[in-house]
Write a protein that binds this ligand. Structure first.
Ligand SMILES: NC(=O)c1ccc[n+]([C@@H]2O[C@H](COP(=O)([O-])OP(=O)(O)OC[C@H]3O[C@@H](n4cnc5c(N)ncnc54)[C@H](OP(=O)(O)O)[C@@H]3O)[C@@H](O)[C@H]2O)c1
Length: 343
């Protein structure tokens, strides 16, 4: 017997991928509901070979489903996730609203599956920020091998990280440069077409942005609070796929060949690392794919135990929708969702 599933935010960049991935992973679905705002009632979204018509979140009876994959805003989630959880299902939420709540597990199944039980506390599970998700998949096996002391990251984040409006803005500005004339930035603070923007999110008093703080806070919650992590988040004119230049310093020795072997064996990762032109992965190749790719693994000779690498993944998949469906699989495997458990 399968599960009764609702996807909330089904018309969005992440919500549409959630529906694709439920199918691709053959998650056992008995019933599926696509939910969005009132303005989207009747809007069709793809489901397998057919379509689903969207329903209004205000009118939907959430007590009739087992699991809710939610991908709207933080403000929406703060209001709706507790109400939906109280009605019975477990909510797997993609916003930042619950990630640092001590009573809500923040999960990447390859990294901290044993946090899953905590899902029953509030009936909410948080999905990490897209840049953190791919980073921790690469860091965890290295941390287990040689204990990470410090990580320095620069991200190269695609516009789909800002949702479908971000993708539209890159598309329209790019056309504008050649055909239609300039258009004012709306989603991003400066022109993104043919440019890079060295800050994502709101500024904090310490000069970092909230996107940057998410990366160290979430890494601490999922792997180890003793890992020192500093990061600069950069938006680049790529539609889908986040890239990260990652420098890691370890407490214990770990040479580059050992690291490559460990990463090759680790779950969720694919190493593509040939020291020749094109022997690495770019976001274009990661788009539509499941794994987190690691390339350019090399020793950092400026510190005693250091390593640099390039980490790329599809932010709409491992950074959001795929991870959410993998969480649903983990909860199902451990008997934490379903009519019997939550009755
Ligand atoms: N994009 C990424 O790479 C990524 C990665 C990790 C996490 N996230 C997080 O996932 C969430 C969604 O991101 P996204 O990129 O998919 O955004 P998006 O493309 O803008 O989609 C937003 C979705 O939310 C729905 N929505 C908005 N207001 C609503 C309301 N009042 N009631 C019901 N539904 C409402 C929209 O439905 P309508 O069409 O009806 O307005 C749409 O389906 C955000 O919290 C984001 O931070 C995104």
């Amino acid at each position: 017997m399968g599960y009764r599933v609702a996807v909330v935010g089904a018309t969005g960049a992440v919500g549409r991928e959630m529906l694709n991935i439920l199918e691709e992973l053959e998650f056992p679905v008995d019933e599926i509901h696509a939910i969005a705002s009132r303005k989207s009632i009747g809007v069709e979204v793809g489901w397998g070979a057919g379509v689903l018509k969207c329903k209004d979140v205000e009118q939907f009876d959430f007590s009739t489903v087992d699991v809710v994959l939610m991908s709207v805003s933080g403000a929406f989630s703060r209001e709706w996730a507790p109400k939906i959880g109280a009605a019975g299902p477990i909510v797997i939420d993609n916003s930042s609203a619950w990630r640092m709540d001590p009573d809500v597990p923040l999960i990447v199944p390859e990294v901290n599956p044993d946090h899953a039980e905590l899902a029953l506390k509030k009936h909410i599970v948080a999905n990490p920020n897209c840049s953190t998700a791919q980073l921790v998949v690469a860091l965890k096996p290295l941390h287990d091998a040689a204990r990470i002391k410090r990580v320095v990251v620069a991200t190269y984040q695609s516009v789909s990280g800002a949702g479908s409006k971000g993708m539209d803005e890159l598309w329209n500005q790019t056309k504008g440069v050649f055909v239609l004339g300039p258009s004012e930035p709306k989603v991003f603070p400066k022109q993104i077409a043919f440019n890079v923007i060295p800050a994502i999110g709101d500024f904090r008093d310490d000069g970092y942005t909230d996107e940057e703080a998410k990366m160290w806070n979430e890494t601490h919650k999922m792997i180890d609070p003793d890992i020192a992590l500093t990061v600069t988040c950069v938006r680049v004119p790529v539609m889908v796929g986040h890239s990260e230049a990652v420098n890691v310093e370890f407490h214990e020795p770990l040479d580059e060949d050992e690291a490559r072997d460990i990463l090759r064996e680790a779950p969720g990762l694919l190493v593509v690392d040939k020291r020749e032109a094109g022997g690495f992965i770019t976001p274009k190749e990661a788009q539509g794919e499941f794994p987190v790719y690691v390339s350019r693994i090399r020793r950092d000779p400026t510190v005693e135990n250091g390593l640099s690498m390039w980490v790329v993944a599809d932010n709409l998949r491992k950074g959001a929708a795929l991870n959410a469906v993998q969480i649903a699989e983990l909860l199902a495997e451990r008997g934490l969702i379903g009519r019997k458990v939550l009755a």
